[in-house]
Write a protein that binds this ligand. Sequence first.
Ligand code: BEZ
Length: 204
Amino acid sequence: MDSRPPLRIGDCAPDFGARSTAGDIKLSQFRGKWLVFFSHPADFTPVCTTEFVALAQAAGRFAALGCALLGLSVDSLFSHLAWIRAIREVFGVTIGFPVIEDPSMAVGRAFGMIDERAGDSAAIRSTYFIDPEGVIRAITTYPHNVGRSVEEMLRMVAALQCAAGDTVLTPEGWQPGEPVLLPPARAAGDADAADWFCRRVAAP
Ligand code: BEZ
């Protein structure tokens, strides 16, 4: 059992070095970019494969947001490479983002990506959205049997970028280009308007 307190929004993502499908990697080398760092339970599994295919197909859209992708599972580098080759053969899709091996679970444990109560060592579907300064801005956790939405990951990155600095807030279901909300302290200056607490303004 890991006694470290769980990572939270606002924490600096702990740096680490690991072997990946793109060579040796340090988390800190992604500074200066947004990063979606995600774990998956296991290679060669159905839901994870759909996530990988969708992430690879959306790689250009993440790049357009200045956002890199980084995967992790407890599987070995050789397993990752074999799975990536199989995905290319079956789906014609190239996984262009690095995938870290974490057989010791050192990284997964540091990021709370391992379900310590599970009977096996599989990582859960954790996703960390890390800003260019290395600060964790959002965390999501999904179970092994429900796949994540890559559209929602893209939306999350765009919303975090839009709302960075807290001058504006993004409403439910916000999409890039849509109006945003003012923080309560700023909106209260317009308290005579009936809709002062929920007025939408153009995105900066
Ligand atoms: C899947 O990705 O399909 C999966 C992962 C872990 C356990 C079962 C299924």
